[in-house]
Design a protein around this ligand. Structure first.
Ligand SMILES: NC(=O)c1ccc[n+]([C@@H]2O[C@H](COP(=O)([O-])OP(=O)(O)OC[C@H]3O[C@@H](n4cnc5c(N)ncnc54)[C@H](O)[C@@H]3O)[C@@H](O)[C@H]2O)c1
Length: 308
């Protein structure tokens, strides 16, 4: 499907990735953002996009947003905390929003859905992890909600008239990122330039991808893959350790702090300490990231030092 002259509903479009997606698509499409403001910022939503404030667990909000005129729904709205103190709420809300979106799309005949899933569906799997790796055994409620939502989407794709593109993201970074390791290090080092406390042993090692490359890859996959249910990993080919992220952030800030590590080999319960996704499936379709994981971290560190 070519993404031009389309009426697109972006759930969670005031958030980090959603707001960048809107910036990318708004010139050539008609966009409606739906967001309850639980995270993200209203001011990040492009002026040329329509905005509907509301909680998508409410079917009436979903009905207002998705109509027979909608061509495509990009569904990003979710609680994304891996260490949430409200796991039941996270599980029920995330799953319910996806159920509401799918039911409403079916009701009014909207047939194209993009969904943002996560590497957390794989749990602690061998690396690089391909899309067809099994068994899928998440180790956090967040990962479990993503797997449950993917299962629902697969059901509608195979038994109803839905075409879906599911993206399992590595760690996406860039401007507007909040509550994650790079902005946390920037803020901690602003408070104390001499020392930095690092959760875990610093050797946790994951793949980071810049949001601009993530959006390039999503658009490419939607425009080039046309199975009923398309599942793609999105990430870079390399990884960056937490200590290396600290080195990069400190270097970009012109600092040389002492590191203090707390805890064991993972940052928090449910954290997958080592993650790298196979991106061969998308590469086979013709798309490769230009950046390494370290490049993505450095670019984002620069952008966030400027922004925060
Ligand atoms: N950032 C990453 O590295 C990453 C990695 C894997 C997957 N993802 C997924 O990508 C999507 C976007 O992530 P993000 O980093 O931009 O997160 P984000 O929190 O910045 O954006 C999510 C948006 O959804 C909105 N939202 C949440 N619950 C809602 C509700 N009930 N009704 C309406 N709006 C609601 C929030 O207000 C927020 O603006 C999420 O689904 C997330 O799970 C992100």
């Amino acid at each position: 499907m070519h993404i031009e002259d389309k009426r697109i509903v972006v759930t969670g479009g005031a958030g980090f990735i959603g707001s960048h997606l809107v910036d990318r698509l708004v010139a050539d499409n008609d966009l409606l953002v739906v967001d309850d403001g639980s995270n993200g910022e209203r001011e990040w939503v492009h002026d040329d996009a329509e905005f509907l404030g509301g909680d998508l667990t409410d079917e009436a909000v979903v009905a207002d947003a998705i109509t027979a005129e909608t061509d495509l729904v990009v569904h990003l709205a979710a609680s994304k905390l891996v260490d949430t103190d409200m796991p039941r709420r996270q599980f029920t809300d995330n799953s319910e929003i996806t159920y509401n979106v799918l039911e409403r799309m079916d009701e009014v005949g909207v047939e194209k859905l993009v969904f943002t899933s996560s590497s957390t569906v794989y749990g602690e799997a061998p690396r690089p992890t391909p899309e067809d790796y099994a068994p899928l055994e998440p180790i956090s409620v967040y990962g479990a909600t993503k797997l449950a939502e993917e299962s629902l989407i697969s059901t509608y794709a195979h038994s109803h008239d839905l075409q879906s593109w599911v993206f399992r993201f590595a760690n996406i970074v860039g401007p507007r990122l909040r509550g994650a390791v790079i902005p946390d290090f920037v803020e901690k080092l602003r408070e104390d330039p001499e020392s930095l406390t690092i959760l875990g042993d610093g050797r946790q090692e994951k793949s980071y991808m810049h949001v601009s490359e993530c959006l390039d890859a999503m658009v490419y996959a939607v425009e080039h893959a046309d199975a009923d249910h398309n599942v793609f990993n999105l990430g870079t080919r390399t990884t960056t350790s937490v200590d290396r992220i600290a080195d990069i952030v400190a270097d970009e800030m012109g600092l040389d702090p002492a590191y203090e590590h707390t805890g064991g080999d993972r940052g928090w319960t449910g954290d997958v300490p080592r993650m790298r996704l196979s991106i061969e499936k998308l590469a086979g379709l013709g798309w490769e990231p230009d950046q390494s994981s370290d490049d993505a971290v450095r670019q984002s560190a620069r952008e966030l030092i400027e922004e925060l």
